[in-house]
Design a binder for this molecule. Structure first.
Ligand code: SF4
Length: 208
């Protein structure tokens, strides 16, 4: 199959990097996980810390069998698919293969593209720079809003009314603005107890 057709079908995907580490943020914080970072993102967050991922063409396009083979080299059986924006691709074949190989599948997404894939946990982190696709709201298990500006609290509440009732709601300071916003996040969560604080603990541990 031609590469372009295979990417459209989700049987080959552009892989920026893949690595075994500790999930540092969100509900699975502290859990060993194999990260699959797909190349390509059209969201354009000003504070993005993986801008190198934006251009999909820069990254090798690999068969999903090879991507899963990489994950199987490590003892952990949690995979986190991230990007870039992973929902730019059809993730049905990759997640099916991961599950056939015994993996728990998590995704981190801005929700900016139609949902695909068979995931055990969907972390939805909406961004102001590109409106989420409506398909994400019915499947999100975790709503994680990065706080970079004081208006982000209102932005978080706007999405909180759209997700399912049992969706976990997390506020996470953007790393470079942590000192500026951590106290207001703490105060906000104390007065709005349906929210929790999420920190990027991998950055404290200085791991990827
Ligand atoms: S969605 Fe993620 S990868 Fe894309 S620009 Fe925003 S932070 Fe960067």
């Amino acid at each position: 199959m031609e590469k372009k057709t295979a990417v459209a079908a989700g049987t080959m995907l552009p892989l920026m990097e893949a690595f075994y580490t500790i999930q540092g943020e969100g509900t699975f914080s502290g859990t060993p996980a194999y990260f699959i970072r797909l190349g390509g993102c059209d969201v354009g967050c000003v504070w993005c810390d993986v801008k190198a991922s934006w251009e999909a063409a820069k990254w090798p396009v690999l068969p999903i069998e090879e991507i899963v083979e990489g994950a199987l080299q490590y003892p952990g059986r949690l995979v986190v698919i991230t990007g870039g924006e992973p929902l730019m691709y059809n993730l049905d074949p990759l997640t099916r293969l991961l599950k056939e190989n015994g993996f728990t599948t998590n995704i981190e997404t801005s929700g900016a593209h139609p949902f695909s894939g068979d995931f055990d946990w969907v972390c939805f982190s909406p961004k102001k720079f590109k409106t989420p696709h409506p398909s994400i709201y019915a499947v999100a298990d975790e709503l994680k809003v990065v706080v970079f500006h004081k208006s982000d609290f209102d932005f978080a509440e706007k999405h909180a009314v759209l997700v399912r009732e049992n969706c976990r709601k997390l506020l996470q300071p953007e790393w470079s603005k942590s000192d500026l916003f951590i106290n207001s996040i703490i105060d906000y969560v104390k007065s709005h107890p349906n929210w929790k604080v999420s920190l990027q603990t991998h950055k404290f541990m200085e791991i990827p």
